[in-house]
Design a binder for this molecule. Structure first.
Ligand SMILES: [Zn+2]
Length: 254
């Protein structure tokens, strides 16, 4: 830990500690320390398979068993094991403290709710639940048995993840609420995302235009760093948040 890094942690702790309405925008980077591989970027799932073939709604409709075999089964096994890491837990703690008013996430892993956050906007829906394609009944993914592929609802309908496939729309109400939160917040935390993919990319811009301080927590600088972020704390999200929460405790005691 060099001094620069410590100073950035201190600065972030002060800004977060004095925020009245903080909002977090999170992406796959926050879940890496929970053992969940990212979809995009180097080493991501989409380097190994073509999302248009395995994660497009048309492919799923055409051959649900194949998409379950190629993609969903492995994801389920990975997510059944995954637990929130210190970054998820810190965001839940900040919500409990009344500082954080909402989480906007690009992730479908459900780890924010598992950590205890109650107000979570999931742009791409959630993989933590499956939905029957016929009767729309929802079932928690970890309760789904894989003795038949594709798994079926008790009505006989095929189960699909309750997330947004390629070729499907992001629910408009999620966009609307995300914009509102981004306009209202005084601090926006951008965690584990380079925020280059829309609509997430737009949220820090809105926050900044409305006068918020933008704090970025990412392993490397991103396109946001130069133009939008007021502060970049470099490092893995869990590690950085452990530092920030410790610094906030000191800062509050004083
Ligand atoms: Zn059903």
């Amino acid at each position: 830990m060099n001094t620069d890094h410590q100073q950035q942690i201190q600065k972030a702790a002060q800004l977060i500690g004095s925020a009245k309405c903080a909002v977090a925008l999170t992406g796959s980077g926050i879940s890496v320390e929970s053992g969940i591989p990212p979809f995009r970027g180097a080493g991501g799932l989409w380097e190994k398979m073509d999302p248009m073939e395995v994660a497009h709604i048309d492919s799923f409709r055409r051959d649900p068993a194949r998409v379950w075999e190629l993609l969903i089964r492995d994801l389920k096994e990975c997510l059944d094991r995954a637990r929130p890491n210190p970054a998820h837990l810190a965001l839940a703690r900040l919500e409990a403290m009344g500082i954080l008013k909402g989480v906007i996430t690009q992730n479908v892993d459900g780890l924010h709710q598992a950590a205890g956050n109650r107000d979570v906007i999931e742009f791409h829906g959630t993989f933590a639940w499956q939905r029957c394609m016929d009767c729309q009944r929802r079932l928690e993914t970890h309760r789904v048995e894989l003795d038949q592929i594709p798994p079926r609802c008790e009505c006989g309908g095929i189960l699909r993840p309750d997330c947004v496939f390629f070729g499907e729309m992001i629910p408009p109400e999620h966009l609307h609420r995300s914009r509102q939160l981004s306009e209202r917040c005084d601090v926006m935390l951008v965690v584990g995302t380079s925020a280059v993919v829309q609509p997430a990319a737009f949220m820090p811009v809105i926050a900044k235009q409305c006068g918020a301080t933008v704090i970025e927590i990412n392993p490397e600088s991103t396109p946001l760093t130069a133009n939008i972020s007021d502060l970049l704390v470099k490092g893995p999200a869990g590690q950085v948040f452990t530092g920030i929460m410790a610094a906030m405790a000191d800062y509050t005691v004083r």
